[in-house]
Design a binder for this molecule. Structure first.
Ligand SMILES: [Zn+2]
Length: 487
């Protein structure tokens, strides 16, 4: 029913039906002819069908927040009318109450909810939602239950070009609806008291933060100093209309549009030693830290601070041009930390994606320039998903959940994923995915175990190890460990 002219004809026909007076002909939809025909009132038309809104989705829809209307109830009982704004989408095909989400349409219209048909709406009102008390206990989406328990059916009317069009009114209750969808896997409130701190909200970090909010995580702290550029948009969940905004603000809005009850704190702060005093209190508030930055110094700094604060951290990173990636989960002083990882697997730890000028400069130690060669969003998302899942497992630890069964699957500290057998890497000779059943291939996660470095300067007993290697008394080195460390 895409033809606007045909749509208009049907609307007029529907209006005629709605306003029909005794003795006039009646318009019905003839299923066989697939068209609207006029029949005389009272005539038997066995092959014709009365049109309802369900038969043909030709009405625009107006969506109103039930929570908002419950809050407005005392006022609407007193004044019989309350005004609100609606986003008008797709040439007036859908009207969404602006305070339902955070992204308004380019066109906003004035609307009003009226208690009864005889009420005059305020000047400039283009869309009316008219409430009529009903005894009908069949609650359909156009029925509203008031805080006093009374039920009301709603009818939408839109004024355009001096004519009045019917619009289907729908009430939505955001929070119960979102929570119900999650309830099959996660208890509705199981994660609402949890805080996750995300360092770096580029493609991977943004995806993880949004996914955790969709799972119902109640509090997200976003740290990233960068602004969204046109080049980012090819991968980042933020779009071209957001270019120039701080990435933390873009991601904050994306989360609020998914989970309006999430508490989100944004900090456009660089992860450097100069900002350690800003970072420390943020880490102290977090149940889990996600580090999705693309350079090693920032990861090692986050590692050091999280071990000091005894907060679990999950590190995700793509290899160059995102031919693969890795995820490391650090349970302080229980599993290998990021520095242990660098010591154990120096090759893997230096293979990082070059996705920005800053990253390229970071890596270009020699006089040879390093090209910016970001991978595809498609290849970053598996890694971001794994980061999210490991973070989720840590948040659910000790809580009853059907996901607890995954504890045995996510036991290893480090996970490897390959999108392709990149030439020139140690993985180039991996067998094809389609042929291999027992050898490592692309598109599979591998959990890999390695030991903590007991002499690790971040999580190990560095002083004792150093003393032992020089054959001296550890006590004499105690003063060294209390010196401030530098990068
Ligand atoms: Zn360590």
């Amino acid at each position: 029913m895409g033809d606007p002219q045909q749509q208009q004809m049907i609307r007029e026909a529907m209006k005629a039906i709605a306003e029909r007076k005794p003795g006039r002909s009646k318009l019905v939809y003839d299923k066989t002819k697939r068209t609207i025909v006029a029949v005389v009132e009272g005539a038997q038309t066995p092959r014709a069908l009365n049109i309802t809104a369900d038969d043909a989705d030709m009405f625009a829809v107006v969506t109103v927040s039930s929570r908002w209307l419950r809050e407005q109830w005392p006022q609407i009982m007193r004044d019989r009318v309350t005004s609100t704004l609606f986003s008008s989408w797709d040439d007036g095909d859908a009207f969404t109450q602006c305070n339902l989400g955070i992204h308004p349409a380019p066109s906003i219209i004035q609307g009003a909810v009226l208690f009864g048909d005889g009420i005059e709406p305020p000047d400039g009102t283009q869309l009316r939602v008219i409430l009529t008390p009903t005894q009908n206990s069949n609650l359909d989406p156009s029925t509203f239950v008031a805080p006093d328990g009374s039920t009301h059916c709603a009818e939408g009317r839109r004024t355009s070009n001096n004519s009045d069009e019917a619009v289907t009114a729908v009430f939505v209750d955001v929070q119960p609806a979102l929570a119900t969808r999650r309830a099959g896997i996660l208890e509705t409130s199981i994660l609402s008291d949890k805080s996750v701190l995300v360092f770096g909200v580029g493609t991977g970090g943004a995806h993880a933060a949004i996914e955790l909010a969709k799972c119902g995580v109640g509090r997200l702290i976003l740290v990233d100093p960068d602004r969204l550029s046109v080049g980012n948009v090819v991968r980042h969940p933020g779009g071209l209309s957001q270019v120039g905004r701080l990435k933390v603000k873009v991601v904050c809005d994306l989360i609020r549009d998914k989970n309006p009850d999430a508490q989100i704190l944004t900090h456009p702060v660089a992860l450097t030693y100069a900002n350690v005093e800003t970072m420390k209190p943020l880490i102290a508030q977090a149940d889990v830290v996600i580090c999705a930055t693309d350079n090693r110094p920032s990861k090692l700094l986050v590692n050091k601070l999280c071990i000091e604060a005894n907060v679990i951290a999950v590190y995700g990173g793509a290899f160059r041009r995102a031919y693969g990636g890795q995820v490391l989960r650090v349970r302080p002083r229980q599993s290998p930390c990021h520095e242990c990882f660098v010591a154990a697997m120096p090759e893997e730890s230096t293979d990082i994606e070059v996705s920005s000028v800053a990253d390229a400069e970071e890596i270009a130690y020699s006089d040879r320039p390093v090209a910016i060669e970001p991978g595809l969003s498609l290849d970053v998302l598996p890694i971001a998903n794994m980061v999210t899942k490991l973070a989720l497992m840590e948040l659910l630890a000790g809580k009853p959940s059907s996901l607890s069964i995954l504890k045995r699957d996510f036991d290893a500290p480090w996970y490897l994923w390959l999108n392709r057998p990149e030439p020139g890497t140690q993985y180039a000779s991996w067998p094809p995915l389609s042929e291999s059943s027992d050898e490592m291939t692309i598109n599979r996660w591998y959990g890999i175990y390695f030991e903590r470095d007991l002499a690790c300067s971040a999580c190990g007993d560095f002083t004792s190890a150093l003393a032992a290697s020089y054959g001296i008394d550890a006590a004499s080195l105690e003063t060294l460990s209390s010196l401030p460390s530098k990068e």
